[in-house]
Design a protein around this ligand. Structure first.
Ligand code: SF4
Length: 519
Protein backbone atom coordinates (compact mmCIF):
# COMPACT_ATOMS: atom_id res chain seq x y z
CA UNK A 1 0.00 0.00 0.00
CA UNK A 2 1.47 3.45 -0.86
CA UNK A 3 2.33 5.68 2.07
CA UNK A 4 -0.50 8.20 2.55
CA UNK A 5 -0.53 11.64 4.11
CA UNK A 6 -3.42 11.54 6.55
CA UNK A 7 -5.11 14.37 8.44
CA UNK A 8 -7.04 13.70 11.64
CA UNK A 9 -9.36 16.33 13.10
CA UNK A 10 -11.00 16.05 16.51
CA UNK A 11 -13.87 18.56 16.51
CA UNK A 12 -14.36 19.30 20.20
CA UNK A 13 -16.48 22.35 19.50
CA UNK A 14 -18.75 23.44 16.69
CA UNK A 15 -17.52 26.97 16.08
CA UNK A 16 -15.62 29.98 17.40
CA UNK A 17 -16.01 30.69 21.12
CA UNK A 18 -14.27 32.80 23.72
CA UNK A 19 -15.98 31.57 26.86
CA UNK A 20 -14.09 31.10 30.11
CA UNK A 21 -15.26 27.48 30.28
CA UNK A 22 -13.89 26.83 26.77
CA UNK A 23 -10.52 28.31 27.72
CA UNK A 24 -10.20 26.18 30.83
CA UNK A 25 -11.94 22.97 29.80
CA UNK A 26 -12.32 22.36 26.05
CA UNK A 27 -8.86 20.87 25.46
CA UNK A 28 -9.61 18.49 28.32
CA UNK A 29 -12.65 17.17 26.44
CA UNK A 30 -10.67 15.60 23.58
CA UNK A 31 -12.02 12.29 22.26
CA UNK A 32 -10.02 9.09 22.43
CA UNK A 33 -10.88 7.59 19.02
CA UNK A 34 -9.15 10.26 16.87
CA UNK A 35 -5.96 9.57 18.85
CA UNK A 36 -6.52 5.83 18.39
CA UNK A 37 -7.07 6.15 14.63
CA UNK A 38 -3.96 8.37 14.35
CA UNK A 39 -1.93 5.68 16.14
CA UNK A 40 -3.29 2.90 13.93
CA UNK A 41 -2.53 4.93 10.77
CA UNK A 42 1.08 5.44 11.88
CA UNK A 43 1.37 1.75 12.73
CA UNK A 44 0.39 1.06 9.10
CA UNK A 45 3.29 3.24 7.96
CA UNK A 46 1.39 6.40 6.98
CA UNK A 47 2.23 10.01 7.82
CA UNK A 48 -0.25 11.66 10.22
CA UNK A 49 -1.04 15.31 10.85
CA UNK A 50 -3.25 15.66 13.93
CA UNK A 51 -5.45 18.66 14.80
CA UNK A 52 -7.83 19.44 17.63
CA UNK A 53 -10.38 22.23 17.25
CA UNK A 54 -11.58 23.60 20.60
CA UNK A 55 -13.32 26.71 19.21
CA UNK A 56 -10.51 28.99 20.39
CA UNK A 57 -8.25 28.58 17.33
CA UNK A 58 -8.42 30.11 13.89
CA UNK A 59 -9.76 27.01 12.17
CA UNK A 60 -8.30 27.74 8.75
CA UNK A 61 -4.80 27.85 10.27
CA UNK A 62 -5.42 24.70 12.33
CA UNK A 63 -6.44 22.39 9.48
CA UNK A 64 -3.99 19.72 8.29
CA UNK A 65 -2.76 20.67 4.80
CA UNK A 66 -1.24 18.77 1.89
CA UNK A 67 -2.97 15.47 2.70
CA UNK A 68 -4.56 12.58 0.74
CA UNK A 69 -7.26 11.63 3.23
CA UNK A 70 -8.83 13.22 6.31
CA UNK A 71 -10.60 11.57 9.26
CA UNK A 72 -12.98 13.88 11.11
CA UNK A 73 -14.48 12.94 14.48
CA UNK A 74 -17.60 14.85 15.44
CA UNK A 75 -20.47 14.95 17.86
CA UNK A 76 -23.82 15.86 16.29
CA UNK A 77 -23.67 19.49 17.43
CA UNK A 78 -20.49 19.98 15.35
CA UNK A 79 -21.84 18.10 12.32
CA UNK A 80 -22.36 21.19 10.15
CA UNK A 81 -18.76 22.20 10.77
CA UNK A 82 -17.71 18.64 9.87
CA UNK A 83 -19.80 18.74 6.67
CA UNK A 84 -18.28 22.10 5.72
CA UNK A 85 -14.74 20.84 6.32
CA UNK A 86 -15.45 17.76 4.22
CA UNK A 87 -16.75 19.94 1.41
CA UNK A 88 -13.61 22.10 1.55
CA UNK A 89 -11.29 19.07 1.54
CA UNK A 90 -13.19 17.31 -1.26
CA UNK A 91 -12.83 20.45 -3.40
CA UNK A 92 -9.05 19.91 -3.05
CA UNK A 93 -9.26 16.23 -4.04
CA UNK A 94 -8.87 14.92 -0.47
CA UNK A 95 -10.86 11.78 0.48
CA UNK A 96 -12.96 12.38 3.59
CA UNK A 97 -13.99 10.02 6.39
CA UNK A 98 -16.41 10.73 9.26
CA UNK A 99 -16.33 8.85 12.56
CA UNK A 100 -17.58 9.46 16.08
CA UNK A 101 -21.06 9.80 17.59
CA UNK A 102 -22.60 11.75 14.69
CA UNK A 103 -21.58 9.09 12.17
CA UNK A 104 -23.23 6.44 14.34
CA UNK A 105 -26.41 8.45 14.93
CA UNK A 106 -26.94 9.89 11.43
CA UNK A 107 -25.13 7.61 8.93
CA UNK A 108 -27.52 8.28 6.01
CA UNK A 109 -27.28 12.04 6.33
CA UNK A 110 -23.50 11.92 6.82
CA UNK A 111 -23.03 9.78 3.69
CA UNK A 112 -24.31 12.70 1.60
CA UNK A 113 -21.26 14.74 2.58
CA UNK A 114 -18.42 12.25 3.21
CA UNK A 115 -16.72 9.54 1.14
CA UNK A 116 -16.77 7.13 4.09
CA UNK A 117 -18.94 7.04 7.22
CA UNK A 118 -17.78 4.75 10.03
CA UNK A 119 -19.81 3.06 12.75
CA UNK A 120 -18.03 0.67 15.17
CA UNK A 121 -14.40 1.10 14.16
CA UNK A 122 -11.46 -1.22 14.65
CA UNK A 123 -8.01 -1.40 13.11
CA UNK A 124 -9.11 -3.71 10.27
CA UNK A 125 -11.82 -1.28 9.24
CA UNK A 126 -9.31 1.59 9.16
CA UNK A 127 -6.92 -0.53 7.06
CA UNK A 128 -9.75 -1.27 4.62
CA UNK A 129 -10.47 2.46 4.19
CA UNK A 130 -6.78 3.28 3.74
CA UNK A 131 -6.30 0.50 1.18
CA UNK A 132 -9.17 1.77 -0.93
CA UNK A 133 -8.88 5.53 -0.26
CA UNK A 134 -11.28 6.53 -3.08
CA UNK A 135 -13.85 9.26 -3.43
CA UNK A 136 -17.47 8.06 -3.32
CA UNK A 137 -20.12 10.39 -4.76
CA UNK A 138 -22.95 11.20 -4.64
CA UNK A 139 -23.21 8.92 -1.59
CA UNK A 140 -20.39 7.85 0.66
CA UNK A 141 -19.81 4.27 1.77
CA UNK A 142 -21.09 3.28 5.23
CA UNK A 143 -18.84 0.82 7.02
CA UNK A 144 -19.11 -0.67 10.48
CA UNK A 145 -17.77 -3.55 12.53
CA UNK A 146 -20.28 -5.74 14.35
CA UNK A 147 -19.08 -4.54 17.75
CA UNK A 148 -16.72 -2.17 19.48
CA UNK A 149 -12.99 -3.02 19.11
CA UNK A 150 -11.60 -5.49 21.63
CA UNK A 151 -8.51 -3.42 22.33
CA UNK A 152 -7.24 0.12 21.88
CA UNK A 153 -3.76 1.66 21.99
CA UNK A 154 -3.05 2.91 25.49
CA UNK A 155 -1.95 6.33 26.70
CA UNK A 156 1.76 5.70 26.08
CA UNK A 157 1.09 4.93 22.41
CA UNK A 158 -1.29 7.88 22.05
CA UNK A 159 0.91 10.30 23.99
CA UNK A 160 2.28 12.14 20.94
CA UNK A 161 -1.33 13.18 20.18
CA UNK A 162 -2.42 13.75 23.79
CA UNK A 163 0.48 15.99 24.79
CA UNK A 164 -0.03 18.77 22.17
CA UNK A 165 -3.76 18.76 22.90
CA UNK A 166 -3.23 19.30 26.62
CA UNK A 167 -0.73 22.09 25.90
CA UNK A 168 -3.78 24.08 24.81
CA UNK A 169 -5.17 23.90 28.33
CA UNK A 170 -3.64 26.58 30.59
CA UNK A 171 -4.67 25.25 34.02
CA UNK A 172 -5.89 21.67 34.19
CA UNK A 173 -4.33 18.87 32.12
CA UNK A 174 -6.78 15.98 32.10
CA UNK A 175 -5.71 12.85 30.23
CA UNK A 176 -8.45 10.82 28.49
CA UNK A 177 -8.42 7.09 29.32
CA UNK A 178 -10.90 4.26 28.91
CA UNK A 179 -11.19 0.85 30.53
CA UNK A 180 -14.50 -0.46 29.18
CA UNK A 181 -17.12 0.00 26.50
CA UNK A 182 -20.87 -0.41 26.53
CA UNK A 183 -23.03 -0.76 29.63
CA UNK A 184 -25.08 -3.52 31.25
CA UNK A 185 -27.93 -1.08 31.93
CA UNK A 186 -30.58 -0.31 29.35
CA UNK A 187 -31.57 3.35 29.82
CA UNK A 188 -33.82 3.76 26.84
CA UNK A 189 -32.41 7.11 25.62
CA UNK A 190 -28.72 6.15 25.79
CA UNK A 191 -26.42 5.24 22.88
CA UNK A 192 -24.56 2.76 25.09
CA UNK A 193 -27.68 0.89 26.19
CA UNK A 194 -27.46 -1.46 23.19
CA UNK A 195 -23.69 -1.93 23.29
CA UNK A 196 -22.72 -5.01 25.34
CA UNK A 197 -20.45 -4.28 28.28
CA UNK A 198 -16.88 -5.14 27.46
CA UNK A 199 -13.83 -4.48 29.65
CA UNK A 200 -10.49 -3.62 28.02
CA UNK A 201 -7.11 -5.00 29.06
CA UNK A 202 -6.38 -4.11 32.70
CA UNK A 203 -2.64 -4.68 32.14
CA UNK A 204 -2.63 -1.85 29.61
CA UNK A 205 -4.44 0.35 32.15
CA UNK A 206 -1.74 -0.37 34.74
CA UNK A 207 1.04 0.41 32.24
CA UNK A 208 -0.70 3.65 31.27
CA UNK A 209 -1.08 4.80 34.87
CA UNK A 210 2.63 4.08 35.50
CA UNK A 211 3.49 5.97 32.30
CA UNK A 212 1.46 8.99 33.39
CA UNK A 213 3.34 9.15 36.68
CA UNK A 214 6.51 9.73 34.64
CA UNK A 215 4.85 12.72 32.95
CA UNK A 216 3.06 14.52 35.81
CA UNK A 217 3.64 14.63 39.58
CA UNK A 218 -0.08 14.09 40.13
CA UNK A 219 -1.81 13.14 36.87
CA UNK A 220 -5.50 13.87 36.29
CA UNK A 221 -7.45 11.31 34.28
CA UNK A 222 -10.94 11.55 32.77
CA UNK A 223 -12.25 8.00 32.32
CA UNK A 224 -14.40 7.81 29.19
CA UNK A 225 -16.08 4.54 30.23
CA UNK A 226 -19.84 4.99 29.76
CA UNK A 227 -20.31 3.51 33.24
CA UNK A 228 -17.08 3.35 35.23
CA UNK A 229 -16.54 0.66 37.82
CA UNK A 230 -18.78 -2.17 36.59
CA UNK A 231 -15.74 -4.44 37.11
CA UNK A 232 -15.10 -2.60 40.35
CA UNK A 233 -12.45 -4.84 41.92
CA UNK A 234 -10.41 -5.13 38.72
CA UNK A 235 -10.31 -1.36 38.41
CA UNK A 236 -9.40 -0.76 42.02
CA UNK A 237 -6.71 -3.45 41.98
CA UNK A 238 -5.21 -1.91 38.82
CA UNK A 239 -5.07 1.48 40.53
CA UNK A 240 -3.74 0.08 43.80
CA UNK A 241 -0.99 -1.86 42.05
CA UNK A 242 0.75 1.06 40.37
CA UNK A 243 1.91 3.41 43.09
CA UNK A 244 0.91 5.15 46.28
CA UNK A 245 -2.90 5.07 46.42
CA UNK A 246 -4.42 8.30 45.27
CA UNK A 247 -1.37 9.38 43.28
CA UNK A 248 -3.58 9.69 40.17
CA UNK A 249 -6.73 11.81 40.37
CA UNK A 250 -9.68 10.48 38.39
CA UNK A 251 -13.00 11.81 37.10
CA UNK A 252 -15.59 9.10 36.35
CA UNK A 253 -19.16 8.62 35.20
CA UNK A 254 -20.67 5.93 37.41
CA UNK A 255 -24.27 5.02 38.05
CA UNK A 256 -25.52 5.47 41.63
CA UNK A 257 -25.88 1.69 41.93
CA UNK A 258 -22.06 1.47 41.92
CA UNK A 259 -21.60 4.28 44.45
CA UNK A 260 -22.24 2.33 47.65
CA UNK A 261 -20.50 3.49 50.82
CA UNK A 262 -17.98 0.64 50.78
CA UNK A 263 -17.14 1.30 47.11
CA UNK A 264 -16.83 5.03 47.81
CA UNK A 265 -14.27 4.38 50.55
CA UNK A 266 -12.15 2.57 47.98
CA UNK A 267 -12.81 5.25 45.36
CA UNK A 268 -11.54 7.88 47.81
CA UNK A 269 -8.50 5.77 48.68
CA UNK A 270 -7.66 5.52 44.97
CA UNK A 271 -7.99 9.20 44.09
CA UNK A 272 -11.43 9.34 42.47
CA UNK A 273 -12.09 13.04 42.92
CA UNK A 274 -15.18 13.59 40.76
CA UNK A 275 -18.20 11.43 39.92
CA UNK A 276 -21.03 12.17 37.49
CA UNK A 277 -23.97 9.86 38.21
CA UNK A 278 -27.19 10.06 36.19
CA UNK A 279 -30.41 10.50 38.16
CA UNK A 280 -32.33 11.39 34.97
CA UNK A 281 -35.86 11.52 36.43
CA UNK A 282 -37.82 11.13 39.67
CA UNK A 283 -40.28 8.92 37.77
CA UNK A 284 -38.16 6.74 35.45
CA UNK A 285 -34.99 4.69 35.31
CA UNK A 286 -34.76 3.73 38.96
CA UNK A 287 -32.78 0.52 38.35
CA UNK A 288 -29.40 2.19 37.96
CA UNK A 289 -29.94 4.46 40.98
CA UNK A 290 -30.92 1.72 43.41
CA UNK A 291 -34.43 3.19 43.50
CA UNK A 292 -36.28 0.61 41.45
CA UNK A 293 -39.52 0.53 43.41
CA UNK A 294 -39.96 4.12 44.47
CA UNK A 295 -40.60 7.35 42.66
CA UNK A 296 -41.51 11.00 43.11
CA UNK A 297 -40.75 12.60 46.47
CA UNK A 298 -39.68 9.33 48.08
CA UNK A 299 -37.11 8.72 45.35
CA UNK A 300 -35.88 12.31 45.53
CA UNK A 301 -35.32 12.09 49.31
CA UNK A 302 -33.57 8.72 49.08
CA UNK A 303 -31.28 9.89 46.28
CA UNK A 304 -30.57 13.16 48.03
CA UNK A 305 -29.39 11.23 51.10
CA UNK A 306 -27.29 9.01 48.87
CA UNK A 307 -25.73 12.03 47.13
CA UNK A 308 -24.97 13.69 50.48
CA UNK A 309 -23.24 10.50 51.58
CA UNK A 310 -21.17 10.55 48.35
CA UNK A 311 -20.01 14.11 49.07
CA UNK A 312 -18.41 12.86 52.30
CA UNK A 313 -15.99 10.79 50.21
CA UNK A 314 -15.73 12.45 46.81
CA UNK A 315 -14.85 16.16 46.48
CA UNK A 316 -16.86 16.83 43.32
CA UNK A 317 -20.18 15.45 42.18
CA UNK A 318 -22.35 16.36 39.22
CA UNK A 319 -25.82 14.85 39.14
CA UNK A 320 -27.34 14.53 35.67
CA UNK A 321 -31.03 14.99 34.91
CA UNK A 322 -33.03 14.63 31.68
CA UNK A 323 -35.88 17.13 31.44
CA UNK A 324 -39.05 16.28 29.52
CA UNK A 325 -39.05 12.49 29.76
CA UNK A 326 -42.40 10.85 29.01
CA UNK A 327 -42.84 9.83 32.64
CA UNK A 328 -42.83 13.49 33.77
CA UNK A 329 -45.99 15.53 34.02
CA UNK A 330 -46.92 18.92 35.49
CA UNK A 331 -44.80 21.09 37.79
CA UNK A 332 -43.96 18.39 40.29
CA UNK A 333 -40.83 16.90 38.62
CA UNK A 334 -39.32 20.40 38.42
CA UNK A 335 -40.32 21.28 41.99
CA UNK A 336 -38.76 18.05 43.24
CA UNK A 337 -35.51 18.90 41.46
CA UNK A 338 -35.53 22.35 43.11
CA UNK A 339 -35.92 20.66 46.49
CA UNK A 340 -33.08 18.32 45.58
CA UNK A 341 -30.91 21.38 44.82
CA UNK A 342 -31.67 22.60 48.37
CA UNK A 343 -31.24 19.24 50.08
CA UNK A 344 -28.00 18.34 48.28
CA UNK A 345 -26.12 21.62 47.84
CA UNK A 346 -22.82 19.78 47.42
CA UNK A 347 -23.85 18.51 43.97
CA UNK A 348 -23.74 20.45 40.73
CA UNK A 349 -26.92 19.64 38.79
CA UNK A 350 -26.50 19.09 35.04
CA UNK A 351 -29.70 19.44 33.02
CA UNK A 352 -30.25 17.93 29.56
CA UNK A 353 -33.35 18.45 27.47
CA UNK A 354 -34.64 15.12 26.16
CA UNK A 355 -33.17 14.66 22.67
CA UNK A 356 -33.54 11.86 20.12
CA UNK A 357 -30.19 11.53 18.33
CA UNK A 358 -31.05 9.78 15.06
CA UNK A 359 -30.56 6.05 15.51
CA UNK A 360 -28.62 6.30 18.78
CA UNK A 361 -31.23 4.35 20.77
CA UNK A 362 -34.07 1.98 19.83
CA UNK A 363 -36.52 4.24 21.68
CA UNK A 364 -36.02 6.79 18.91
CA UNK A 365 -37.94 4.48 16.55
CA UNK A 366 -41.07 4.84 18.68
CA UNK A 367 -40.63 8.63 18.79
CA UNK A 368 -40.41 8.65 14.99
CA UNK A 369 -43.43 6.35 14.66
CA UNK A 370 -45.39 8.74 16.87
CA UNK A 371 -44.27 11.61 14.61
CA UNK A 372 -42.82 13.47 17.58
CA UNK A 373 -39.32 14.21 16.29
CA UNK A 374 -38.71 17.76 15.02
CA UNK A 375 -36.20 18.51 12.26
CA UNK A 376 -33.99 20.87 14.29
CA UNK A 377 -30.63 21.14 12.46
CA UNK A 378 -27.79 19.13 13.95
CA UNK A 379 -26.11 22.25 15.42
CA UNK A 380 -28.80 22.47 18.09
CA UNK A 381 -28.72 18.84 19.19
CA UNK A 382 -26.49 19.12 22.23
CA UNK A 383 -29.08 18.54 24.96
CA UNK A 384 -29.83 22.19 25.64
CA UNK A 385 -30.00 24.39 22.51
CA UNK A 386 -33.09 22.53 21.28
CA UNK A 387 -35.31 19.71 22.41
CA UNK A 388 -36.10 17.90 19.16
CA UNK A 389 -38.97 15.89 20.65
CA UNK A 390 -42.43 17.17 21.29
CA UNK A 391 -42.95 16.52 25.01
CA UNK A 392 -45.64 13.95 25.76
CA UNK A 393 -47.20 15.69 28.74
CA UNK A 394 -46.40 19.38 28.28
CA UNK A 395 -47.30 22.23 25.96
CA UNK A 396 -44.13 23.96 24.78
CA UNK A 397 -44.69 27.19 26.72
CA UNK A 398 -45.53 25.31 29.89
CA UNK A 399 -42.43 23.14 29.46
CA UNK A 400 -40.05 26.08 28.90
CA UNK A 401 -41.60 28.04 31.79
CA UNK A 402 -40.69 25.14 34.04
CA UNK A 403 -37.19 24.83 32.55
CA UNK A 404 -36.54 28.57 33.04
CA UNK A 405 -37.88 28.42 36.60
CA UNK A 406 -35.65 25.47 37.46
CA UNK A 407 -32.54 26.98 35.85
CA UNK A 408 -33.17 30.35 37.55
CA UNK A 409 -33.50 28.58 40.90
CA UNK A 410 -30.39 26.47 40.37
CA UNK A 411 -28.26 29.40 39.24
CA UNK A 412 -29.62 32.01 41.67
CA UNK A 413 -26.94 33.63 43.86
CA UNK A 414 -28.50 31.89 46.84
CA UNK A 415 -28.01 28.43 45.32
CA UNK A 416 -24.56 29.34 43.95
CA UNK A 417 -23.54 30.50 47.45
CA UNK A 418 -24.87 27.33 49.08
CA UNK A 419 -22.98 25.15 46.56
CA UNK A 420 -19.82 27.20 47.14
CA UNK A 421 -20.02 26.69 50.90
CA UNK A 422 -20.98 23.02 50.68
CA UNK A 423 -18.04 21.93 48.51
CA UNK A 424 -15.07 21.30 50.83
CA UNK A 425 -12.48 21.36 48.04
CA UNK A 426 -11.12 24.68 46.66
CA UNK A 427 -11.00 23.34 43.08
CA UNK A 428 -14.59 22.07 43.40
CA UNK A 429 -15.72 25.44 44.75
CA UNK A 430 -14.09 27.30 41.88
CA UNK A 431 -15.35 24.84 39.28
CA UNK A 432 -18.95 25.17 40.49
CA UNK A 433 -18.69 28.95 40.59
CA UNK A 434 -17.17 29.15 37.10
CA UNK A 435 -19.76 26.78 35.64
CA UNK A 436 -22.64 28.70 37.20
CA UNK A 437 -21.59 32.17 36.06
CA UNK A 438 -20.37 31.21 32.57
CA UNK A 439 -22.05 29.71 29.51
CA UNK A 440 -23.36 26.68 31.37
CA UNK A 441 -25.35 28.39 34.14
CA UNK A 442 -26.16 32.04 33.38
CA UNK A 443 -25.61 31.45 29.65
CA UNK A 444 -28.15 28.63 29.39
CA UNK A 445 -30.64 30.43 31.60
CA UNK A 446 -30.47 33.48 29.32
CA UNK A 447 -30.88 31.25 26.28
CA UNK A 448 -33.90 29.38 27.71
CA UNK A 449 -35.51 32.77 28.46
CA UNK A 450 -35.03 33.85 24.83
CA UNK A 451 -36.62 30.62 23.55
CA UNK A 452 -39.57 31.08 25.93
CA UNK A 453 -40.03 34.68 24.83
CA UNK A 454 -40.01 33.65 21.16
CA UNK A 455 -42.50 30.85 21.83
CA UNK A 456 -44.85 33.38 23.40
CA UNK A 457 -44.41 36.22 20.92
CA UNK A 458 -43.49 34.75 17.54
CA UNK A 459 -46.16 32.64 15.83
CA UNK A 460 -43.81 31.24 13.16
CA UNK A 461 -41.30 30.24 15.85
CA UNK A 462 -44.00 28.41 17.81
CA UNK A 463 -45.32 26.77 14.61
CA UNK A 464 -41.87 25.21 14.04
CA UNK A 465 -41.97 23.69 17.53
CA UNK A 466 -45.49 22.41 16.91
CA UNK A 467 -44.37 20.70 13.70
CA UNK A 468 -46.79 22.86 11.67
CA UNK A 469 -43.97 24.17 9.44
CA UNK A 470 -40.45 23.07 8.59
CA UNK A 471 -39.31 26.60 7.82
CA UNK A 472 -36.46 27.14 10.26
CA UNK A 473 -36.88 30.37 12.28
CA UNK A 474 -34.36 33.13 11.52
CA UNK A 475 -33.27 32.95 15.20
CA UNK A 476 -31.71 29.53 14.53
CA UNK A 477 -30.38 30.35 11.04
CA UNK A 478 -28.44 33.26 12.53
CA UNK A 479 -26.96 30.98 15.18
CA UNK A 480 -25.73 28.57 12.50
CA UNK A 481 -24.14 31.45 10.57
CA UNK A 482 -22.35 32.58 13.75
CA UNK A 483 -21.25 29.02 14.60
CA UNK A 484 -19.67 28.39 11.24
CA UNK A 485 -17.93 31.76 11.00
CA UNK A 486 -15.44 31.65 8.10
CA UNK A 487 -16.48 28.07 7.21
CA UNK A 488 -20.04 29.15 6.31
CA UNK A 489 -19.10 29.48 2.63
CA UNK A 490 -18.27 25.74 2.62
CA UNK A 491 -21.54 24.56 4.15
CA UNK A 492 -22.98 22.20 1.52
CA UNK A 493 -26.32 23.15 0.04
CA UNK A 494 -29.18 21.60 1.99
CA UNK A 495 -26.97 20.56 4.91
CA UNK A 496 -28.95 22.59 7.44
CA UNK A 497 -31.81 20.16 6.91
CA UNK A 498 -31.96 16.43 7.53
CA UNK A 499 -34.64 13.76 7.54
CA UNK A 500 -35.54 13.40 11.21
CA UNK A 501 -37.33 10.11 10.46
CA UNK A 502 -34.50 8.46 8.50
CA UNK A 503 -34.07 5.72 11.13
CA UNK A 504 -37.71 4.64 10.89
CA UNK A 505 -37.63 4.68 7.08
CA UNK A 506 -34.48 2.55 7.06
CA UNK A 507 -36.08 0.02 9.41
CA UNK A 508 -39.26 -0.12 7.34
CA UNK A 509 -37.27 -0.54 4.13
CA UNK A 510 -35.31 -3.43 5.63
CA UNK A 511 -38.45 -5.28 6.83
CA UNK A 512 -39.64 -6.62 3.42
CA UNK A 513 -36.07 -7.77 2.72
CA UNK A 514 -35.87 -9.61 6.06
CA UNK A 515 -39.29 -11.17 5.44
CA UNK A 516 -38.37 -12.36 1.93
CA UNK A 517 -35.09 -13.86 3.24
CA UNK A 518 -37.05 -15.63 6.00
CA UNK A 519 -39.63 -17.04 3.58
S1 SF4 B 1 -26.30 3.60 33.08
FE1 SF4 B 1 -25.48 5.35 31.94
S2 SF4 B 1 -24.18 4.44 30.32
FE2 SF4 B 1 -25.49 2.82 31.12
S3 SF4 B 1 -27.24 2.75 29.69
FE3 SF4 B 1 -27.80 4.09 31.45
S4 SF4 B 1 -27.24 6.20 30.79
FE4 SF4 B 1 -26.20 4.74 29.41
Amino acid sequence: MPKLKIGIIDLIHKGPTNSLYAKIMHANLASIMPQVVATWCEQEGHEVKFAVYTGLENISKELPKDIDLVFICSFTEAALMAYSLSNLYRSQGVVTVLGGPHARCYPEDSAKYFDYVLGFTDKDLISEVLRECSPHKPLGVQLSGTKQPEGLPGVAERWKFIEPTLKKSPLLKIVPMIGSMGCPYTCSFCIDSTVPYQPLDFDIIKEDLKFLLTKYKRPWVAWHDPNFGIRFNDYMEAMESIAKPGSVWSIVESSLSILSESNLKRFKHNGIIAVLPGIESWYEMGNKSKAMHIQGEEKMKQISEHVNMITQYIPYIQTNFVLGLDGDEGKEPFELTKRFVDLSPGAFPGYSLLTAFGEAAPLNLSYQQENRVLPFPHSFLNNFLAMNLKPKNYEWIEFYENVVDLAAYTFSWRSIGRRFRADPHPIGKLMNLMRAVSAEGFGRLGYFRKVLKNLKQDKAFRAYFEGETTILPEFYINMIRKDLGPMLEWLPEGAMYHDQNAYLKKQEASQPLKQSIAS
